[in-house]
Design a protein around this ligand. Structure first.
Ligand SMILES: *Cc1c(COP(=O)(O)O)cnc(C)c1O
Length: 345
């Protein structure tokens, strides 16, 4: 087995549960989640719903299932969902929305994942009778392939308002919502209130081993519960997992600011080496390796030989900071890139 990387910037999914989180999980009071009697799951769902300004919440094993269930609940086969052209739903969920819900996508360009109210209005404008019916707008906060970008609140509200006027629901993929709230110094509920459904992931920056909570109105959540069960997401003593999520809400939100500072420092260190990055808004650094003359895969291999791990999407290289990456680790990563550059022919 190769040694694990000394610095793992592959993704914020690479965090390991802390000792304190494991203790909270071990001590969790549990029941039968599927029957609605797991007290820890119920506490988590009520808390997330309250935080995001919605009536009810649903505990699901993954964020992918939140999107799958939400799209199914909001749409009928043949409907269109309107979303950014590089949204996670479109790019990274193995076509789940199409396979499970039978929807077609209407993809909007924008500024690093953030599209305008005008583009939304155009997509939702009444058209001829033959076209797929736009039934749902899907937003992503922060936007992953956009570069960990944060929707400005005014733009987010304006897009939601356009949808409301058109009678179309809005769903927000908030896998990294707390990176956005910390970066923009906003309350979570301001992102929940303008939309019909929104979810948060506990396995990204929050550092839990599994779990996500989807929230919305009481009727929406009751309908979503059917899809949760249908796609195999109804669980049993899930309070073990929910306790890790509650622990993360108590201890791992404010510290995201440290991840953002580390990402900014990484970008600064790389640019001093002549390696540019896209503007850093949260915990992601998308690196332009063109100046190295290497293919992304080669660049990653050379870094890995120096015990630093990053990832790539095609030729874009991505480094993500998280709770298992320290400020010293960032200096190690910058040094590894410097050595890689020095070793170039
Ligand atoms: C990770 C991610 C998901 C999927 O979440 P999982 O918990 O890994 O299934 C969905 N959307 C975005 C933007 C993500 O980054």
């Amino acid at each position: 087995m190769p040694l694990p990387p000394a610095v793992d910037l592959y993704s914020d999914t690479q965090t390991k549960p802390t000792a304190a989180m494991r203790r909270a999980m071990a001590d969790a009071e549990v029941g039968d989640e599927q029957q609605g009697t797991d007290p820890t799951v119920n506490r988590l769902c009520a808390r997330v719903a309250e935080m995001l300004g919605h009536e009810a919440g649903l505990f699901l094993p993954t964020g992918t299932m939140c999107n799958l269930v939400a799209v199914a609940t909001h749409t009928s086969p043949g409907d269109a969902i309107v979303t950014s052209l590089d949204s996670h739903i479109v790019r990274s969920e193995t076509g789940g929305a199409a396979a499970y819900s039978g929807v077609i996508t209407d993809l909007l360009a924008g500024d690093r994942g953030r599209f305008s109210p005008e583009a939304t209005a155009e997509a939702l404008a009444p058209g001829h009778v033959y076209r797929p019916w736009p039934r749902l707008v899907c937003l992503e906060q922060t936007h992953n392939f956009g570069g960990g970008t944060v929707w400005p609140l005014e733009q987010y509200r304006a897009v939601a308002e356009v949808a409301r006027t058109a009678g179309v629901a809005v769903h927000t993929d908030g896998a990294r919502l707390f990176n956005a709230t910390v970066a923009s110094r906003t309350e979570p509920r301001v992102w929940g209130e303008p939309v019909e459904s929104i979810w948060i992931d506990f396995t990204k920056g929050l550092g839990a081993p599994l779990g996500a909570v989807l929230v919305g109105g009481r009727d929406f959540i009751e309908a979503a519960r059917v899809h949760k069960h249908r796609c195999g997401g109804a669980m049993r003593q899930a309070g073990i997992a929910a306790a890790g999520c509650l622990h993360a809400l108590d201890h791992h939100i404010d510290r995201l600011a440290a991840d953002h500072a580390n990402a900014a420092r990484l970008a600064e260190g790389l640019s001093a080496l002549g390696v540019g990055t896209e503007p850093v808004e949260t915990n992601m650094v998308w690196i332009d390796i063109a100046p190295t003359g290497l293919r992304a895969a080669e660049f990653l291999e050379r870094l890995a030989a120096r015990h630093v791990r990053m990832s790539r999407v095609e030729e874009r290289v991505r480094a993500v900071t998280h709770l298992d990456v320290s400020a010293d680790d960032i200096e190690t990563a910058v040094a590894a890139v410097a050595e890689t550059l020095e070793a170039l022919p």
